[in-house]
Design a protein around this ligand. Sequence first.
Ligand SMILES: [Fe+2]
Ligand SMILES: [Fe+2]
Length: 302
Amino acid sequence: MGSATLTTSDWLRLLRKRRERMYAESLDLSMPITWESAEEQQAAIAFFNAAFRAEESGLRQAHEIADEIRAWDPELADVLKLYGDEEGWHRELLTQFLGYLGGEVRPMGPTTRTFYKLYARAKRHETIVLTNLMFETIGATTYRLALRTAKSHPAVRQMLTILTRDESFHVPLNAHFLRCILQHENDVSGRSAGLRAARNDASPRLRVLYHTLTASLMASAAASRRRAKKFDHIPFRTLARAYAEHLGRLFVHADDLGFSPSRVLLASVGLTKKELREGEDVLSVDAALRSADRERVQVTAL
Ligand SMILES: [Fe+2]
Ligand SMILES: [Fe+2]
């Protein structure tokens, strides 16, 4: 393992502490927004609708698997439940925020619907958690980039800051879920094969999913540019490169899990594995603790 990790009890403690203040935090929507154009407003509504769908899906999956995981790890189930509650809180904030933007929660388009339908059908816990971890990563990446370039307005900044801060915390948290679930799966399959397994590496099937999802999330950057660019002003190349970088960097310091980014895909956006290794370890205890504290988070630093 690349570095020390937090235990399930540590995560539970952090989440309980976060919950104490969570519901007291509210959006300041007192200053109305003046739009440059109707297109800009529609792009903002599209941007936050995409965020809403991600929250909703994260919440539902977390609570569903929490009930199943309770059978073998009640403490981990509690952590999943509190994590789902944080996504539920984001969903409430986004519903309120969409109204403020002059929009509403909209039905999903056909591509998005297919995507979430497939995800909702995933039954294996490790599939759900890996997908979620990757969604959290692109969420945190998009929000952080948007903070620099999106329409500058205090309410927009506040909404993006909350999302960036919390999704950055959810990244190492989901990596913890993944590690626990893989460990459990390997223990169960090792026992039935008469082995005493102490491994927590991913199956070949899961590694394929990691590569497929990385490629499709990078492709999704093109679709999101069509709908949201007039609001967030993030160029396609910047977004696709940032996705490749952050999805690639996820596991470079967690080699026990056995995921390794594709050299070809990285090269397509001008990145190398060496560069990824030199960056910050987003799954480290330090990174987790830094992003856990709602008061101290510096979201503008990349
Ligand atoms: Fe969220
Ligand atoms: Fe999240």
